[in-house]
Design a protein around this ligand. Structure first.
Ligand SMILES: C[S@@+](CC[C@H](N)C(=O)[O-])C[C@H]1O[C@@H](n2cnc3c(N)ncnc32)[C@H](O)[C@@H]1O
Length: 247
């Protein structure tokens, strides 16, 4: 818990807030509005985050966190919208506090290239670890009728969307759960689009469970210290790469 980046980020926010409050009450020379002080707090928090070498995406989050709260509270918005937004975010991203794998979707280009990597004439099984809203599986199963496509997702809202989608797609089976509890030996192709955090553990599990000849594909994230058998650069918005390991 203490080593979790979110906890560290909270400490930075509190430190920047305390320094700003001490500055505000300890002097009379500078007079700013509440929003301007919140911007000063944000810039201070962003600077601390940068100096402490938190990953780059934390800097803008720190800068705008408190100013956005002040700005939003100043609007005349009914509290029910905050509750609904909070529940929506909780049911979509709540578990990423623990898994450190948030929801973002494979690009159209990744869908296209993956379809070319799958067997052409024989039956095969494919699993998407953390299948999000199920778009990748729907696309692939429409293109590859010789495949059985499985998805497992732990976030309730993406799971519900993908489950509804799969009702119209007989080649797809979606389940709600934790892919770490899944036995990888049942699949010819295991696809993962996760984050840097679980990649080493994923490799240990894949080595232990996947059948010889089966294929592990990771979108964007490398397994540290394990050279892939093939890397395919995708011409998509994030310039991502598909990494392939033949077991
Ligand atoms: C980056 S998204 C990828 C979505 C989809 N596979 C795609 O390529 O479009 C990763 C997903 O994995 C899910 N996830 C993370 N850890 C998980 C776990 N242990 N078990 C099941 N799903 C998980 C997250 O909720 C998120 O929806």
């Amino acid at each position: 818990m203490l080593k979790h980046p979110a906890f560290f980020a909270l400490l930075i926010q509190i430190a920047a807030l305390l320094i700003t409050v001490c500055f505000v009450v300890g002097q009379t020379a500078v007079e700013l509005s509440l929003f301007e002080w919140s911007m000063a707090q944000g810039i201070l928090a962003g600077t601390i985050s940068y100096l402490l070498r938190m990953p780059a995406w934390w800097t803008p989050m720190h800068v705008f966190f408190v100013p956005l709260i002040i700005f939003t509270l100043a609007q005349d918005i009914a509290p029910i919208w905050f509750l609904l937004l909070f529940l929506g975010l909780l049911l979509t991203y709540g578990k990423s506090f623990k898994t450190q794998v948030p929801l973002y979707l494979s690009s159209e280009k990744a869908n296209q290239v993956l379809a070319t990597l799958l067997p052409k004439n024989r039956q095969f099984s494919f699993i998407d670890l953390g299948s999000g809203c199920g778009g990748l599986l729907s696309n692939l199963s429409a293109k590859k009728r010789n495949g059985l496509f499985y998805g497992i997702e732990s976030a309730p809202i993406p799971f519900l969307i993908s489950k509804i989608r799969s009702l119209f797609n007989p080649g797809c089976t979606i389940s709600w759960g934790d892919f770490w509890q899944q036995d990888f030996s049942q699949y010819d192709v295991v696809y993962a689009y996760l984050s840097p955090v679980p990649m080493m553990s994923l490799w240990q599990k894949a080595k232990k469970e996947m059948r010889p000849g089966s294929l592990l594909i990771s979108n964007t994230f490398m397994i540290p210290g394990v050279a892939p058998d093939k890397a395919i650069k995708l011409d998509d918005f994030s310039g991502s790469t598909l990494y392939l390991w033949k077991i």
